[in-house]
Design a protein. Structure first.
Length: 221
């Protein structure tokens, strides 16, 4: 009977640690449905209309998790892509210089671009250079698109990762600003969320160790 009890403790420990380590990116912001930019001239497909988005810094894996939920099935609008503009500390309002001028308050110094075909890339607008995301990084499920990106692909540029911010803009191709369908949030950047294991896991693991010690001291039944 004690062996079964110990097995249960081990199962609880494993499940808890998996939740802490692999927690999906949280939705840092929500965005109103149907709020296409007046400057957008393309098809107003629901998959280019952001409902929620987030970037989670998963410390134990040294990884960024990107996620977005759209107002329609991802990939239904021809040319649709999803651009996460990142401000690592050196961001400027670069969309203001585009045609037409949009994006006041939206600062970025690099972008992570996700495609419905589950490919993507990182473009560094501060240092220069473009890096394709490894195969399997991007996931699509119905109206959601997400990606797990190793932080080693994205160098710092003035601020620690905990202070980085983002804005998401779907668009129907790379070109000028009339292709940008939505900005989320509208006139600002949103903060990253942070999963801070191992610090958060320490009390949990200690508690599990104590339970295991108690279980070992119980007489067999």
């Amino acid at each position: 009977m004690t062996e079964g009890f110990h097995g249960s403790i081990a199962s609880v420990a494993l499940a808890g640690l998996l939740v802490l380590v692999t927690g999906a990116a949280e939705a840092a912001i929500t965005d109103p449905a149907g709020d296409f930019l007046p400057s957008y001239t393309g098809t107003k497909g629901g998959d280019l209309d952001v409902l929620s988005a987030g970037v989670n810094f998963l410390k134990p894996a040294n990884q960024l998790q990107f996620s977005a939920t759209l107002n329609g099935t991802v990939g239904t609008t021809p040319g649709g892509i999803y651009v996460f503009g990142l401000n690592r500390g050196s961001g400027t309002e670069q969309l203001l210089a585009g045609t037409p001028s949009i994006g006041a308050g939206v600062k970025f110094d690099s972008v992570v671009v996700l495609r419905p075909d589950t490919t993507g890339f990182f473009a560094d607008l501060f240092y220069g250079g473009t890096t394709n995301l490894p195969a399997g990084s991007v996931k699509v499920s119905g109206a959601s698109i997400s990606a797990a990106v190793a932080l080693s692909l994205i160098p710092p540029a003035g601020q620690p990762v905990e202070n980085w911010t983002f804005n998401l803009w779907p668009r129907n191709g790379l070109g000028n600003n009339v292709q940008i369908a939505d900005l989320a949030p509208d006139a600002s950047n949103a903060k990253f969320t942070v999963t801070p294991l191992p610090a958060a896991a320490s009390p949990f693991v200690s508690g599990l160790a104590a339970l295991g010690f108690i279980a070992r001291r119980r007489p067999a039944t």
